[in-house]
Design a protein around this ligand. Structure first.
Ligand SMILES: Nc1nc2c(c(=O)[nH]1)N[C@H]1C(S)=C(S)[C@@H](COP(=O)(O)O)O[C@H]1N2
Ligand SMILES: [Mo]
Length: 185
């Protein structure tokens, strides 16, 4: 009887440890996957005029446009779904509004553009790919998807590199901050 109780106890302890392990894994992936809805999008760093943009500000920007049929593909190649359309403003338009601040023309080439989210996630772009490529306008800050404003699943604002081979890898959901930074060697 005693040994049976002991065995039962061990089994229960084993199950508890297993459950705790599973909860820990879940907690990590949940923290990984969800950011807070951002109220504003700020632009700072090497700019002449730092910006704090609301949804209304973005909607009022003249270059607001739609891009159709975007496949969301993870860096791994996994298919993450499809957008019929997104509505937003090219990142370039926002950076032009803020005005890049460099002291010498050659310094533009040293600028990194860091797009940050409300979760601990950020990605980088460069001046060259936004300002010195034909498809530079394809990096879009968007606020609506398939005709509807974004919700907490994606944040109030998000960023989509529509021309990337694997769009998901540099997509930023819950976008809240854009920093322009001159890199040093
Ligand atoms: N803020 C934020 N944006 C993010 C991520 C993230 O963890 N946080 N993951 C990226 C990755 S790895 C992919 S593939 C795409 C699509 O991921 P989803 O299918 O989870 O929406 O979102 C990207 N944007
Ligand atoms: Mo991904």
């Amino acid at each position: 009887m005693k040994t049976m109780l002991f065995q039962k106890g061990m089994k229960a302890a084993g199950v508890a440890v297993l459950l705790m392990g599973m909860m820990a894994v879940n907690a990590v992936s949940a923290a990984d996957e969800k950011g807070e809805m951002s109220k504003v999008l700020t632009v700072s760093g090497a700019v002449k005029k730092p910006l704090t943009l609301s949804l209304k500000d973005l909607q009022a920007m003249k270059q607001s446009k739609q891009v159709k049929d975007i496949a969301i593909v993870c860096q791994s190649g996994a298919n993450k779904g499809q957008m019929e359309s997104l509505t937003g403003v090219p990142l370039k338009t926002i950076l032009l509004e803020a005005g890049l601040n460099v002291s010498h023309p050659k310094d533009f080439r040293k600028l990194a553009i860091i797009a940050k989210a409300t979760d601990p996630y950020w990605v980088t772009y460069s001046w060259g790919e936004i300002f010195n490529r034909q498809d530079g306008d394809g990096v879009m800050v968007y606020y609506a998807r398939d005709g509807k404003l974004l919700d907490e699943k994606e944040g109030q604002f998000a960023l989509m590199p529509t021309g990337d081979a694997r769009t998901g890898a540099r997509q930023v959901k819950w976008l809240t901050h854009i920093e322009v930074r001159k890199l040093e060697p």
